[in-house]
Design a protein around this ligand. Sequence first.
Ligand SMILES: Cc1ncc(COP(=O)(O)O)c(C=O)c1O
Length: 408
Amino acid sequence: MPDRRWLEIPPTAGLPLRASDFLPATAPLASQAAAFLGVPHVGLACSGTACLVTILSAMHALQPGRDTVIVPAYSCPLVVLAIAHCGLHTELCDLQENGFDFDPAMLAASCNERTLAVLPTHLGGRVADVGLAAQIARRHGAYVIEDAAQAFGARMPEASVGLTGDAGFFSLAVGKGLTLYEGGIWISRDPALAEAISQAARKVLQPSWRMELQRCVELAGYAVAYRPSLLRLVYGNALRAELQRGNLAEAVGDVFDEDIPLHTVSRWRQGIGSRALARLPGFIETTRRQAAGRIARLEQIPGVQVIRDSISGAEGVWPVLVLRLRDEERRDKILGELWGSGLGVSRMFIHALHDYAYLRPWLAAGVYPGGAYPNARSFAAQTLTITNSPWLDDEDFARICTVVRRYA
Ligand SMILES: Cc1ncc(COP(=O)(O)O)c(C=O)c1O
């Protein structure tokens, strides 16, 4: 085992690739993914964001009089850019006081005849209360799109996430469990809507050999370098440089270009995903068991809340454990010791969406009243993430617990 000082644990539990994943695939990725999710059909795209663009394009064509999409005020900035790309407006809705679901009163007040869709979000692999959002959205004739970018493999009690709403999408980006370096999968429980999304996909997603070549090289690089002995070189050193400069959004990769790549995924990359997918159920089970034991330990520390699924009986996936501390100061003291230590302690999104200066042009004035989403802001200020990668061994997890206990 190399010296601990040279190791870097990834911030999320991604499924490592094997050399054998690069052999010809045994089954197409779409049919493998459909069987894994328990649906008749899935669509593939070059990212979760591209899936969202495709779904929104289809919905807007069906309901052209509606032009607003409601998203949680704490989510991925790419969601806002995808909505803007479709010529639609983002309206933010605050979170519930002690969770990550929509504040139902604010959602009910925001939904109207202009609302095209509402996006309940399975944040960090946790299962959101889609039923609650759907009840409110459907009263106004709006669609429900489940943002399951971080939740491929998560299940409501009886079926995959993404099937309670009208449509749902998953990200296959780096660090997201199954990865194609960048990729996405969409599903819809409604066959007519699924056909409309497929039609939109044929228009929105064209082959791009330049982008695909880049992704193939990146995926091969990921297969080589996604291991503790090399991650310091390709990820950890850049992370620490950004932290030292105080560039927190850059450190977690929150700053995105508004130019969204939209293209199809080559058979070669799909084949790699298809072979890796065969190992995903076992990986999800291992990480689920590891999470259960570690949550039990963390919850014994006074002042620590571990974010759980919102639906009882649901089984989310566990790329990370999301911890909420009593206040920002305590959270920051913990991060001061552990972020950049190579142990996979990090933050999810740095800000509530209205606090990213570069997103402001896309959040039309008047659409966000006064910019105050207190619960989203405190979620951003009080949470940190601990990787649930199996590479974080019990000894290092105990070191993390010691620091958390010291400051919580
Ligand atoms: C909640 C959420 N939504 C959407 C996305 C976009 O997915 P992708 O990176 O595959 O475009 C992400 C990506 O991290 C995300 O976390």
